[in-house]
Design a protein around this ligand. Structure first.
Ligand code: GLC
Length: 519
């Protein structure tokens, strides 16, 4: 066995092979009938998560926010937004989750704050209070041109002009001004925030836009060709600047006072070398790797994504992470083609993902096989919709509330039918209630898969050995085979533990995966 990387604990940490469940709090369960999910709703539904067998939660932001970007615009990072409850509700959730052996991590948003944050309110009122943000004079003879050509990830310019003529930078919505991470108070404040939640018993953080924060001093223009909404390209001066690593090292010094707590960064960078830098022993513990999210249901692509993600994590000696969907991307059932085929492939990929070494993230609703929803224009809320000039519909389609029970909306999600996004009327067969006792349901598949992954010795080991284009083996003996072709294929030798769909005459049909234990 390779010696541990200096600075890394030889003892495997709980998070290095955990199954995390991502709760989008607005959409999980509504306890107070206002049509929006909340913290007590999560607490009331913890049995679902215990039954599923997950070991940790990641909650999307629940801090005080005007909700211009549904909580990613934080105006008080050390309190709970009343929409979601209060600090006592968080304490109830922490206690109830911990009592079931489930850890709770929260989202931390260090790249920007809300325009309603007291710092920004003060900056608008008085130009001498602007140095915690990135304010600049404009270009052109009268300063009416933005300071550079940067565009917002949500569309439109990344600069907004204030009444006295200066401009401020916002890589996302205008209501999300970017912080100036060269200001010592920004560091002091994040430390306060980290300790505030960790001292309350929170088990770690998902760090939003972990590749952002640091900006180059000269703010050089970016290359605008083929600039895709919600994505950055290689050599994009807005992201992945070297100074960001000082920020992660700082955050880590705080986390090291809480040895059981974890950080997982949202890292959209280009190339494994760049990715691995964020996972050095004194930076983040884990990094989201988005290769699988960006891959179609295609054998060569899936294998390449797996190998790539393993290589990236190995470069830093970190645990690999796996995710098929989150609150920012279309749900996998729809990405893989929707309908019965999309669902079959999503189920197959759930087995692929849960067979891999490292840390797995499940986005709420994936365990029910939910598809993306085509929503009418008049209910869309994602800032992307307006900022893109209504060219991009945004991310609301993957954020529709979860169906729990019953035969009509709101399907037990809330007591009001007026939910913050409408739930499709035909989701009756997708509810937790409808799937719980059905041996063939997606929920049952997830529950069985997680139980096997957690309990069986065959899942041991940190590596993957390919036995063919779409079959791999773990050192402990687990074999996972998936069929991304058009005809049934022979199963590898061994005892079948679980399949994502029925076998056909003993063969593995298209769009299906199987777990086996080699003899
Ligand atoms: C991240 C979040 C996304 C949010 C953005 C701005 O990409 O995942 O939902 O809109 O950051 O905070």
């Amino acid at each position: 066995m390779a010696p541990p990387i200096p600075g890394r604990s030889a003892r495997p940490q709980w998070w290095s092979r955990a199954v995390f469940y991502q709760v989008y709090p607005r959409s999980f369960a509504d306890s107070n009938g206002d049509g929006v999910g909340d913290l007590d709703g999560i607490t009331e539904r913890l049995d679902h998560l215990s039954d599923l067998g997950v070991q940790a939660l990641w909650l999307n932001p629940v801090m005080v926010s005007p909700m211009a970007d549904h909580g990613y615009d934080v105006s008080d990072p050390r309190d709970i937004d009343p929409l979601f409850g209060d600090l006592a509700a968080l304490d109830r959730l922490l206690a109830a989750a911990h009592a079931r052996g489930i850890r709770v991590t929260m989202d931390l948003v260090p790249n920007h704050v809300s325009s309603a944050h007291p710092w920004f309110v003060a900056a608008l009122a008085d130009p001498t209070h602007r140095d915690r943000f990135i304010f600049r004079d404009g270009g052109g003879p009268d300063g009416s041109e933005p300071p550079n050509n940067w565009v917002s990830i949500f569309g439109g310019p990344a600069w907004t002009r204030v009444p006295d003529g200066q401009w401020y930078l916002h890589l996302f919505d205008a209501a999300q001004p970017d912080l100036n991470w060269e200001h010592p108070e920004v560091f002091d404040d994040i430390e306060k925030t980290l300790r505030f939640w960790l001292d309350r018993g929170v088990d770690g953080f998902r760090i939003d836009v972990a590749h952002g924060m640091a900006k180059p001093a000269t703010l050089p223009d970016m290359d605008l060709t083929e600039n895709e909404l919600l994505r950055n390209k290689a050599d994009d001066p807005r992201f992945d600047n070297d100074a960001v690593h000082d920020i992660h090292r700082f955050i880590r010094t705080v986390l090291d006072d809480y040895p059981d707590a974890v950080t997982v960064g949202e890292i959209w960078v280009h190339g494994n070398e760049q990715f691995a830098k964020y996972l050095r022993p004194d930076e983040l513990h884990l990094g989201f790797n988005f290769h699988l999210v960006q891959t179609d249901y295609d054998a060569a692509g899936i294998r390449a994504a797996i190998d790539n993600s393993l290589d990236a994590a190995a470069l830093a000696g970190a645990a690999p992470t796996w995710t098929l969907s989150n609150h920012d991307v279309p749900r996998e059932v729809s990405r893989y083609g929707n309908g019965a085929a999309g669902l079959r492939r999503a189920r197959a990929m759930a087995l692929v993902k849960l067979a891999l070494p490292g840390t797995v993230f499940i986005y709420n609703g994936a365990e029910l096989g939910l598809p993306n929803v085509e929503l009418p224009d008049d209910v869309l809320q994602d800032p992307v919709w307006e900022r893109s000039g209504r060219a991009e519909r945004g991310r609301d389609g993957c954020r529709v509330p979860l169906p729990w029970s019953g035969s009509a909306p709101p399907f037990g999600f809330s007591s009001t039918p007026d939910t913050w996004l409408p739930i499709p009327a035909d989701w009756k067969a997708l509810t937790v209630e409808a799937q719980r006792d059905d041996p063939d349901s997606t929920l049952t598949l997830y529950r069985r898969a997680i139980a096997l992954r957690t309990g069986r010795a065959e899942f041991a080991g940190d590596t993957v050995e390919w036995l063919g284009d779409s079959t791999f083996r773990r050192p402990g003996g687990l074999v996972c085979a998936f069929n991304a072709g058009a005809v049934p294929v022979t199963l590898p030798a061994g005892e079948v533990l679980l399949t994502s769909g029925p076998l056909k005459d003993g063969l593995l049909p298209p769009d299906t995966a199987a777990w086996l234990v080699s003899a």
